[in-house]
Write a protein that binds this ligand. Structure first.
Ligand code: AMP
Ligand code: MN
Ligand code: MN
Ligand code: MN
Length: 287
């Protein structure tokens, strides 16, 4: 059993990378990938745990991208966190995220909600500030009753304080990830749109843009969804990746490895991902 999707304190999870590594070992996982949103900052501490745990610790990141009108999350599994070009790109994304966060604070102000960016930043556990932290601030001030309420009234897509963080294209993200030795995988496709969305066509287009895998196993999938995405991966020759998207107690009810109980990501998925990275290197070699 492996888990190729989780978050630490370095984005919006509630556990440190060290604790995640220990939890993975306790859960009997063969491998765990740390995939924080738009940051590589948790990876050094995560990898430093490798000598102490039998679980293989895998590098990763989750990038928010735009695909037509949809927000798509792309995982970069097995990326080299020391790759200088990739690090510079991630740094730039963080600068863009900061600009966007300032605009969201401004939006809140214009609709009469007196929450400052500084107040939001104070609630963050690292430099990475997301809508989750805005939600926390709104709840703390009693302006929203819950995080769910904060998203449905102010922060969710199309709500008055929402400023999309979207300028990264999937093609760009996929190319960056491959250059950094990783495999670009579409995260939770079944959770990025309504049910009637035609993933057959979208995924073929995403593959043409450089995507090499999709999450076929995910905490919130029904057995039918899992089967659908496994078959789609097979049809399109994409790696059927998967993970819990564990965020600690920020997303209650989800455990590493098993998700809500029924999640099982087969070990061979990691081998399939590694086979893809080997292909990238071969392609780059001079004859
Ligand atoms: P951001 O990257 O700043 O746009 O924030 C996105 C994060 O907000 C996601 O990774 C989720 O953890 C969280 N999020 C997005 N939509 C919702 C929602 N409707 N309810 C609760 N959390 C959400
Ligand atoms: Mn998240
Ligand atoms: Mn995601
Ligand atoms: Mn995630």
């Amino acid at each position: 059993m492996i888990d190729l999707h989780c978050h630490s304190l370095y984005s919006d999870g509630t556990e440190s990378p060290e604790v995640l590594a220990s939890l993975a070992e306790a859960a009997g996982l063969r491998a765990l990938a740390l995939t924080d949103h738009d940051t590589l900052d948790g990876l050094p501490k995560f990898l430093a745990m490798q000598p102490q745990v039998s679980t293989r610790l895998v590098t990763g990141i989750e990038l928010s991208c735009r695909f037509a009108t949809m927000e798509i999350h792309v995982l970069g599994l097995l990326v080299d966190p020391l790759n200088p070009a990739f690090r510079a790109r991630v740094q730039d994304l963080q600068a863009r995220r900061h600009e966007r966060n300032l605009r969201m604070a401004e939006r809140l102000r214009t609709i009469g909600i007196p929450i400052t960016f500084a107040e939001v930043a104070e609630l963050a556990t690292s430099k990475l500030i997301s809508r989750v932290h805005f939600a926390k601030a709104l709840v703390k001030r009693g302006i929203a009753g819950s995080r769910f309420d904060a998203f449905s009234r102010f922060l969710g897509e199309g709500r008055p304080a929402h400023v999309p963080f979207e300028d990264l294209s999937v093609a760009e993200a996929a190319a960056w990830i491959k250059e950094a030795g990783g495999v670009p995988v579409v995260a939770h496709p079944g959770r990025s749109s309504n049910r009637s969305f035609r993933w057959e066509e979208a995924m073929a287009e995403l593959k043409a843009q450089g995507i090499e895998g999709l999450e076929a196993y995910y905490s919130d999938y029904s057995p039918r969804e899992e089967q659908y995405f496994r078959e789609l991966a097979q049809t399109l020759d994409l790696v059927p990746s998967g993970g819990s998207d564990y965020h600690g107690h920020y997303k209650p009810g989800i455990s590493l490895g098993v998700g809500r109980g029924a999640l099982r990501v087969p070990d061979e998925v990691l081998e399939q991902l590694e086979a893809r990275t080997a292909k990238h290197t071969k392609k780059d070699e001079k004859p």
